[in-house]
Design a protein around this ligand. Structure first.
Ligand SMILES: Cc1cc2nc3c(=O)[nH]c(=O)nc-3n(C[C@H](O)[C@H](O)[C@H](O)COP(=O)(O)O)c2cc1C
Length: 246
């Protein structure tokens, strides 16, 4: 799927927590698997598409009950302690979310509210499971519970004006990028990524700390920025620069 199609999915995406327990079509499995393979080959992670395995969401813990009908998910497995691994999983995981959105599927990032031990993925000795992304068919309308969870998390969110600093007049497209970053999912909807357009015309992205899923949030925000920008690419790392955009 090209950059423009993924960008268009930004406006359509929101986290979905109620799934229809149906198998994915062979065409969708084929398309998602091809993208997963392409991203895995170029990086130090091993994202796995897990199909027809509800176990990780059927535990007794109340918090797992946020989700119903989950059958399929992406397991975000990567090398332990590898530099920027969580940021990279955030970046490419979000590209997969937007691709799934364009294919008509519902998705949700999950760092905490699932049963890691019952996740049917392969984890080598030097690897770790960092998060999962639920994927599946969803009812067109959000359920009442989904609406309540969404309203609850969106009450907490940061004001858009606190998410960026502009030290000198940026090009107009920069504001489209900020809007795309504002729409990016983040853990607890904290929207912790701060984008700066500096006096010397450099662009940076930073989060206050790399813990509590913020490193993943940074990668997700960078993916949204990149999709909205006419050209350029991010360096990896906290406070790293966006290059070649002139
Ligand atoms: C890294 C990360 C981890 C998340 N972990 C969870 C989780 O454990 N449980 C959950 O219900 N939602 C989780 N979410 C979903 C967020 O709550 C959601 O993205 C946020 O509230 C914004 O809502 P939206 O995605 O509908 O825009 C997570 C999101 C991100 C980016």
């Amino acid at each position: 799927m090209d950059k423009r199609q993924l960008y268009d999915a930004i406006a359509k995406r929101c986290s979905r927590r109620k799934y229809l327990p149906q198998p994915l079509s062979p065409e969708i499995i084929d398309q998602l698997s091809t993208s997963v393979e392409r991203y895995n080959q170029a990086n130090e992670f091993h994202i796995q598409l897990i199909l027809d395995q509800p176990d990780a969401f059927q535990g007794l813990r109340k918090s797992y009950g946020f989700f119903t009908g989950v059958q399929h998910y992406l397991a975000l497995v990567g090398k332990k302690n590898h530099p920027n691994i969580q940021e990279k999983l955030g970046f490419f995981g979000e590209l997969l979310i937007l691709e799934a959105t364009q294919l008509g599927l519902g998705t949700c990032w999950i760092g905490a509210t699932y049963d890691q031990k019952r996740c049917n993925c392969q984890i080598a000795a030097d690897e770790q499971l960092f998060a999962v992304i639920t994927i599946g068919y969803v009812p067109e309308e959000q359920s009442l519970r989904e609406q309540l969870i969404m309203r609850g998390s969106h009450l907490r969110h940061k004001d858009a004006d606190n998410m960026y600093t502009v030290e000198v007049q940026p090009p107009m497209w920069f504001f489209s990028c900020l809007e795309a970053v504002y729409r990016a999912p983040s853990a607890m909807n904290h929207k912790s990524t701060h984008i700066t357009y500096q006096l010397n015309h450099t662009i940076t992205a930073a989060v206050p700390s790399l813990s509590n899923y913020q490193e993943m949030d940074l990668g997700i925000a960078k993916a949204h920025f990149w999709l909205a920008a006419p050209k350029g690419y991010w360096q990896w790392g906290n406070n790293a620069q966006y290059l070649d955009f002139m």
